[in-house]
Design a protein around this ligand. Structure first.
Ligand code: B4P
Length: 190
């Protein structure tokens, strides 16, 4: 059956980390809007040049650009089991995704809200800055990303709570421990 899982949560909570593992272990395709945008920046495409300063500030890329990207990516996925990692991030994106899922006959298996205390998020991202040197992992940008999350993405928690799809995952603890909570939440959903 065609199905989708959404990873929601603040920067540094472990969305990308867990989405990658879930995709590998459960046969999903991970669709990370952040990764796609960074790959455009890295190869200097027109889109990459346009979004580079937005990513560096930690602001959100306009909805129309993200929705066009997601439509294009989803059309290229060979089998209909998808993990949306970092998408949707605004109410407009969530509404568009609802339409897209019903258009493609994909059912929403769950929305996994991964959270951790703010000081832990900042610590993880600064740590990643030292290891990977991502241009948006500096303190000023991290603070802005957290603020953007609170104002633009957090309202989606209520939205998915109302649909009954929301599952809260404690993002504190080792990546293995967090993964076990995710497995348990998805089994309960099945
Ligand atoms: P993303 O790529 O989605 O970046 P992120 O929120 O930081 O999450 P990420 O998945 O990378 O990190 P994770 O928590 O797994 O977005 C980047 C930017 O792209 C946005 O700011 C925005 O500009 C743009 N964008 C993306 N999607 C968009 C959309 N839909 N609309 C508009 N704009 C969009 O991991 C963080 C660190 O923590 C890692 O180093 C990891 O190793 C570590 N970690 C993870 N789990 C851990 C654990 N349990 N314990 C200890 N460390 C852990």
């Amino acid at each position: 059956m065609a199905e989708a899982v959404i990873f929601l949560g603040p920067p540094g909570a472990g969305k990308g980390t867990q989405a990658k593992r879930l995709a590998a272990e459960m046969g999903f395709t991970q669709l990370s809007t952040g990764d796609i945008l960074r790959s455009h920046v890295a190869r200097g495409s027109e889109l990459g040049r346009r979004v580079k300063p937005i990513l560096e500030r930690g602001d959100l890329v306009p909805d129309d650009l993200i929705l066009a990207l997601v439509r294009e990516e989803i059309a290229a996925i060979p089998h209909p089991k998808v993990i949306f990692d970092g998408f949707p991030r605004t109410s407009a994106q969530a509404a568009a995704l609802d339409g897209l899922l019903s258009e493609l006959g994909i059912s929403l298996k769950g929305v996994l809200l991964v959270t951790a205390p703010e000081e832990e998020l900042v610590k993880r991202l600064l740590n990643r800055a030292q290891q990977e040197g991502r241009s948006d992992d500096n303190e000023a940008t991290i603070r802005n990303r957290l603020e953007v999350y609170k104002t633009q993405t957090q309202p989606l928690v209520d939205y998915y709570q109302k649909t009954g799809h929301l599952r809260k995952i404690n993002g504190l603890g080792s990546p293995d421990a967090v993964y076990r909570s995710i497995e348990a939440a998805l089994v309960a959903e099945a």
